[in-house]
Design a protein around this ligand. Structure first.
Ligand code: ZN
Length: 103
């Protein structure tokens, strides 16, 4: 199998469309930069934006069930619970330290 060395990460990868995007100018008709690097660069340039391929994937996926909203709420509630627990334990530790200091 033919291999290509990515011009960015310099890793040798199989010269297949699985590892390199198609490109007219590149060797084997494939881009000189591997998919991994392309994806990483794209994410760095577009923070918070979904990659094109994942956006297409999302479109083909089944619609989100109605009960998914409660799932998200649960997650938020859990985060708040954890935050509360952390604050509480920190407060308890501070009280303990003060109590020991003045004992
Ligand atoms: Zn690469």
């Amino acid at each position: 199998m033919d291999h290509k060395i990515c011009s960015h990460c310099e890793k040798e990868k199989p010269a297949t469309p699985e590892f390199f995007h198609r490109g007219k100018q590149g060797k084997f008709g494939l881009s000189s930069v591997c998919k991994e690097c392309r994806t990483r660069e794209w994410k760095e340039k577009h923070p918070g934006v979904k990659h094109r391929s994942s956006a297409i994937k999302a479109k083909t996926q089944k619609p989100i069930p109605a009960n998914s909203t409660s799932k998200i709420d649960d997650t938020i509630a859990l985060d708040q619970q954890i935050l509360k627990a952390i604050k509480k334990s920190v407060a308890n530790q501070i009280v303990k330290i003060i109590q020991e200091a003045f004992a």
